[in-house]
Write a protein that binds this ligand. Structure first.
Ligand SMILES: [Cu+2]
Length: 453
């Protein structure tokens, strides 16, 4: 575990750091990142700095570095942009003109200030810092229509938040989820992706583009920061002939366990290590899809190449076998290093604390069969110029129905409990802005889910 919090932009799927300081720094200058003194060494990744280590409860104790890391992100649009797989996209919206966008780095405990300048021609935008705890800071969460009005074209705003946890995060425009690409597809299957990019690149079925290539140092253990930034496909990743050791999920260090492959759902991050101790060569890093309808790609076998640094670049010869995952089911056995006691015996399931997630079809404007995700009985449709937080600031609790407000039951003190029930045919990963949550129990996905209503 390195004493670093790292956020990467939409589109970044895989980041790699060696045990030594990473050579791959995509910010403008290395000088931007003067690291705080640390006791973290190759032989002791649990140590952080004086008094802080992997067992520190980050909810009550955070290093006081006194540092603020400042970044500028320009949101721009380019027509007929050529992607990393050599394919032309009609319109690309990018951070600082790159895909994936620049990496934001900070030490645990630093403040981070990011100025977002909207240089789009006519769309509003906002940037969401996915996974960051926003205690007493929801105004910086970046969800337009909920915590802020969008940043208008030609204007900017500066977000300020603290790296209260460490690990791997990502940031993304919260505009994209409003025109979510899955909205006009037929229910029953997520639409197939054109391709899957690794660190922004891949080959295409038209023969353009290049495989992403990741160099491994012979004999070294490497940390991979895996991020699934896709709109609605889940997939499994595996490295042929190598196991992965999972060390953190989202921003939470977990008791390490080893697995031949890991599933990544949209928005999910997993930090894993791999040991470059096999026969030196070129190996496929494969993305595979479950047989249940949770994702597919028009490019049949997406993969990147991991190359030991003692051999020449080449195309791997061993295909590897696809991991079996018939239900597209996430690992449920993560156990956090910092344990907490959750007073769950007080929890009684009832109508108000059961949150149904379902797929529905209904007409909207001239489209007869729009597909909607209903959460707790409603889809969500907010008004940008009256974000939810503005109602709260004005102590006005008459939220329109389609703001889809869920009232948190304060009976259990600081804890709130929900039963989440997905009755659709598709998986629906859940993500809570600004908070951590604990999975207390789960059922196995049904083999034949009920059809969408
Ligand atoms: Cu989020």
């Amino acid at each position: 575990m390195r004493p670093i919090a790292l956020f990467q932009a939409v589109g970044l799927f895989l980041g790699l750091t060696n045990a030594a300081p990473s050579a791959d720094v995509s910010v403008a200058s290395r000088d931007l990142f003067k690291r705080a003194p640390t006791c973290n060494t190759p032989s002791n990744r649990a140590c952080w700095s004086n008094g802080f280590d992997i067992n520190t409860d980050y909810e009550s104790s955070i290093p006081n570095t006194g540092n603020t890391r400042r970044y500028i992100l320009d949101v721009t649009q380019t027509e007929n942009w050529v992607g990393g797989d050599g394919q032309v996209k009609k319109l690309a919206m990018l951070f600082n003109g790159t895909f994936p966008g620049p990496t934001i780095r900070a030490d645990w405990g630093d403040w981070i200030e990011v100025t977002v300048r909207n240089k789009l021609s006519c769309d509003g935008t906002s940037v969401h810092w996915h996974g960051i705890r926003m205690q007493r800071n929801s105004v910086n969460d970046g969800a337009n229509g909920v915590t802020e009005c969008p940043i208008a074209p030609g204007t900017s705003r500066t977000y300020r938040f603290r790296a209260e946890q460490y690990g791997t995060g990502w940031y993304h425009s919260h505009y994209s989820s409003q025109d979510g690409q899955g909205l006009d597809s037929s229910p029953g299957a997520a639409p197939a992706a054109d391709n899957v990019l690794f660190n922004g690149t891949h080959v295409s079925s038209a023969g353009t583009g290049d495989y992403a290539r990741v160099k491994l140092k012979v004999g070294k253990r490497h940390r991979l920061r895996l991020i699934n930034p896709s709109v609605d496909i889940s997939y499994t990743v595996s490295l042929v002939n190598h196991d992965m050791t999972v060390i953190a999920t989202d921003f939470v260090p977990v008791n390490a366990f080893t697995a031949p492959s890991v599933l990544l759902t949209p928005g999910q991050r997993l930090d894993v290590t791999i040991d470059a101790s096999k026969t030196p060569g070129n190996y496929w890093f494969n993305v595979t899809f479950s047989s249940s309808p949770c994702g597919s790609s028009r490019f049949a076998k997406p993969a990147a190449i991991f190359q030991y640094d003692s051999v020449a670049a080449g195309i791997p010869t061993i295909q590897g076998s696809a991991p079996t995952d018939t239900l597209c089911q996430d690992n449920n056995n993560f156990s956090p290093v910092v344990r907490r006691t959750v007073p769950s015996s007080a929890f009684k399931v009832n109508e108000t604390n059961t949150i149904g997630v379902e797929l529905v079809q209904k007409a909207w404007q001239n489209v007869p069969n729009r597909v909607y995700w209903n959460v707790h009985g409603h889809d969500m449709n907010v008004t940008w110029e009256n974000p939810t937080l503005e109602y709260v600031a004005n102590k006005d609790l008459t939220f329109p129905e389609r703001y889809n407000i869920h009232t948190v039951d304060k009976k259990n003190g600081d804890w709130a409990f929900w039963l989440i029930e997905n009755t659709s045919v598709l998986p629906h990963p859940m993500h809570l802005h600004g908070h951590d949550f604990y999975v207390l129990g789960h059922s196995t996905p049904p083999r034949t889910p009920s059809p969408p209503r």
